[in-house]
Design a protein around this ligand. Structure first.
Ligand SMILES: C[S@@+](CC[C@H](N)C(=O)[O-])C[C@H]1O[C@@H](n2cnc3c(N)ncnc32)[C@H](O)[C@@H]1O
Ligand SMILES: Nc1nc2[nH]cc(C(=O)O)c2c(=O)[nH]1
Ligand code: SF4
Ligand SMILES: [Mg+2]
Length: 244
């Protein structure tokens, strides 16, 4: 199986409910969306996958794309997979490659808690093909005010129904211009679909700084707490630490 991979590295999960956990990140190439704020997406498939030779050293080796599954497993062994909480499948949008994940996931053994899928929450049919093979799902709801995308609520709703059969949470990236009604929509959709699922409000990061004032952030959390029990505000902590 040929896997187009942007990078593989060992780091500390910087976002969401698993913040602080050690993970190996496998970043698959390609995305079905173009969020205006995206810190990651590439327009062209990279000729090489970069692999940090030791965590945090900033020195990379380059493996020609696409990679084979055995090659990925060897990289994981080199990164001491057994010391890691979990393996993050991210991107881009990893679910663009649901057929690859069906072969790859069973080979990704040796972490302590299995596979963590980081996804934009818009490809429910693809999720249903791999949900039995992953252990945790971190899904975004894309808010039009920040993403610049059209509303995606019905896709997010169908996706959350499937994700909620596993350990999951919803993340929304917010900025100063995010209106209360978008947070209310997000909270309301969780409440009506899978009411126990936590909501993480993640401030937009631009040029290393937060794209929202403390007052606005606090207001958005209070709005969501009127609807849901578990609403947390967590910034992108890996960027504060200068980690990958
Ligand atoms: C790069 S995406 C990859 C996974 C998937 N495509 C998605 O959007 O969830 C990982 C996470 O980073 C978030 N993100 C990307 N750029 C960001 C930024 N500038 N500030 C805050 N969060 C950002 C996304 O919203 C998403 O939650
Ligand atoms: N440390 C760290 N944590 C992360 N959480 C989500 C990330 C992503 O880009 O998917 C990410 C990332 O790129 N690095
Ligand atoms: S869905 Fe994720 S990877 Fe794709 S553009 Fe949006 S933030 Fe970037
Ligand atoms: Mg990232």
């Amino acid at each position: 199986m040929a896997v187009p991979v942007t990078e593989i590295f060992s780091s500390v999960q910087g976002e969401g409910l698993l913040v602080g956990r050690r993970q190996i990140f496998i970043r698959l190439y390609g995305c079905n969306l173009r969020c205006s704020y995206c810190d990651t997406v590439l327009t062209e498939e990279p000729a090489f996958c970069r692999v940090e030779t030791a965590p945090g050293c900033g020195i990379f080796e380059y493996l020609p794309n696409p990679l084979g599954i055995e090659e990925i497993v060897k990289v994981l062994e080199g990164l001491a997979v057994g010391l890691h909480h979990s393996i993050s499948l991210t991107g881009g949008e990893p679910l663009l490659h649901s057929n690859i994940i069906r072969e790859l996931a069973p080979a990704l053994r040796g972490s302590r808690r299995g596979i963590y899928l980081e996804t934009n929450g818009t490809l429910p049919d693809e999720l249903s093909r791999v949900i039995d093979l992953v252990d945790m799902v971190a899904m975004d709801f894309k808010l039009p005010s920040v993403s610049g995308l059209p509303p995606l609520w019905s896709k997010h709703g169908r996706f959350l129904e499937i994700a909620a059969t596993k350990e999951t949470y919803v993340k929304v990236v917010v900025a100063e211009q995010t209106p209360s009604r978008e947070i209310e929509m997000a909270a309301g959709l969780i409440k009506s679909t899978a009411p126990g699922v936590p909501l993480v409000i993640q401030p937009l990061t631009t040029k290393g700084a937060m794209g929202i004032s403390p007052a606005r952030l606090s207001l958005l959390q209070r709005q969501a707490l009127k609807v849901l029990d578990d609403v947390r505000v967590i910034p992108q902590t890996h960027k504060l630490m200068g980690m990958l």
